[in-house]
Structures are given as C-alpha cells and as structure tokens.
Write a protein that binds this ligand. Structure first.
Ligand code: AMP
Ligand code: FE
Ligand code: FE
Ligand code: ZN
Length: 274
C-alpha cells in the first residue's frame, strides 16, 4: 500500500479546464499529490500524455472520464475510473457527444444573440481546439472576455444555467446509459458530486445497474454532505472517491490541492477493479 494523497477529479483543456495536461501534472507535483485522476467531460484525449508526464514526475495517473447525463431535467455526472480509454466503440460515442456539444454551443450563442449579447461562436472556439469537449464554461469565459459579465458564476446565473434564458439541452444519454458505457469498458462507475445533485433516490436507482461508488469528497461539498454520503456509502457498500474538480483558472480559482484524500481510497478502487 502506498502513502500520500490523491485527487481523483481533475480536468484539462481536453475539456473545460484552462490547464494543459502538462500544467496539471506540474501543479499536482507542486501540491505533493501521489496520484491523480484525469476526468475530462466526454473526453479521454489527455490520458496518454498524462500517464507519460506522470511517469517522469513520479505521479500515478488514473485513467478516467466524466460523462454528462440527464434525467428528469437533472444534470447527472458519472465518473468512470480505470476505463479502457482506447476502446474504439467508446471513442466513437465520445466523438458523437462532443459533436453534439458543438451544435449546442452554436444554439446557445444564437439565444445569447437574441438577448442582444453580441458574442460569436469564434469567440468561444478560440478558447478550444478542434477536439476539445466544448461546454458552457467556455461560453462563460468568452462572455467574461467580452465584458458581458464580471464573473463566471454570473454567466450561469443570468444566462446559461439550467433555467437560464440561453440554456440549451445537450444531446443526452441517461445516467443508466452512462453507467453501462463505463462498465462495458471495464471501468468503475462513480456518481460525481452527489451533494450538488441532492437526489439520493437516483443513487439507489443506479446501484442495480452497476454504480459502484460515490464521490464523497468534493470542493462543493459541505461538511454535512461529506458526513451524509460517507454514511450512505458505508451502509450500501459503495466505494468512496473524492477530488477537487479543478478546472484550472476556468472557475476563477485553482482548486487542485484543496481536496486531498488518503491513498487508501485509491487502493480500494484498485482492489474492486482486480
Ligand atoms: P456543460 O458540460 O457544457 O453542460 O457544462 C457544465 C460545466 O459547466 C460543469 O462541469 C462546470 O464545469 C461548469 N459549471 C456549471 N455550473 C456552473 C456554475 N454555476 N459556475 C461555474 N461553472 C459551472
Ligand atoms: Fe466542467
Ligand atoms: Fe461534474
Ligand atoms: Zn468535473
């Protein structure tokens, strides 16, 4: 068993972090992490390079992903750990999800234009490259760059949040489909930030389909969230994971280093996998 601390929920610029995978690993090194999970939204493009750089820096990289799903108007994020990130069928599905994200970004821009906000899709795309999993955080950043808002949260509150006037649904998969996709490639499905979702029923619904864990430690979880979900995990034999959900400077503050979970949680994931 290894010692030290891990952060199992981190993004790169393959999705909506401002950090490249190299910058992420350098930050992981500087905050002293023994292992990290790379969990980009609907993308696995940073994993190979992450593992490579991790080897040089002495940081273990767990291959992961964060799939966006939706059910009854609820946004549900499913993390997958120790996935086979080279599986062709899976890669094709991710490609479709990313293409639909681009379509959706264009629709959001159209709605913003109808609200007299003169932002262009090019303003968003210049924050990404051709493979990036483009999302609302990129649009929020473009809005900020154009001085239409003063901070990222305002973009979600005023315009692109779930009930906002410029919100557009994604082409969506259900949480059950997300769990199944991860299981199919040998991964461990974990419900991301359940405290943000606040819907324990969904956890019980997903367990029979293979949900294996819940993210108990997360930068948006309160102390009572942590207590509640630790207990729920213990009672239902679920794995416990945790991470900062750092998006680089994407959300204004660099979060890596703020959630450090002991290595034994990663050992339990490995034991489950084997
Ligand atoms: P999308 O995947 O395009 O639907 O965008 C969801 C992402 O937007 C989340 O994973 C977060 O990175 C970000 N996000 C959602 N709500 C907020 C918020 N209120 N403030 C900042 N970022 C947010
Ligand atoms: Fe995100
Ligand atoms: Fe998430
Ligand atoms: Zn995340």
């Amino acid at each position: 068993m290894k010692n030290g601390y891990v952060d199992l929920h981190l993004h790169t610029n393959a999705s909506d972090s401002t950090f490249t995978v190299k910058e992420l690993l350098d930050m992981a090194k500087s905050v002293g992490l023994a292992a990290i999970g790379i969990t980009d939204h609907d993308s696995v493009d940073s994993i190979d390079e992450g593992i490579e750089i991790g080897k040089k820096l002495g940081i273990e990289v767990v291959p992961g992903v964060e799939l966006s799903a939706e059910e009854n108007e609820m946004e549900v994020h499913i993390l997958g750990y120790f996935i086979d990130w080279k599986d062709n069928e899976f890669l094709n599905k991710l490609r479709i999800l990313r293409e639909s994200r681009l379509d959706r970004a264009k629709k959001i821009i159209k709605k913003l234009n109808d609200l007299n906000i003169g932002i262009k899709i090019e303003d968003v795309l210049k924050l990404t490259d051709s493979n990036t999993s483009v999302g609302r955080l990129h649009i929020a950043r473009a809005l900020k760059d154009g001085s239409y808002i003063s901070d990222i949260r305002e973009a979600f509150q005023k315009y692109i949040g779930h009930n906002g006037p410029a919100y557009v649904k994604k082409y969506f998969i259900s949480p059950i489909e997300a769990v199944s996709m991860i299981k199919k490639i040998g991964g461990i499905p974990v419900l991301a930030h359940p405290g943000v979702l606040n819907n324990d029923e969904l956890i019980f619904k997903l367990i029979p389909f293979g949900l294996a864990g819940i993210e108990v430690y997360h930068s948006e979880h309160s102390t009572s969230n942590v207590e509640h979900y630790s207990e729920l995990a213990r009672k239902n034999n679920l794995l416990i994971t945790g991470g900062s959900d750092c998006h680089g400077l994407g959300k204004g503050k660099v979060l890596i280093g703020t959630i450090l979970i002991p290595y034994h949680f990663l050992d339990s994931l490995k034991k489950y996998k084997s």
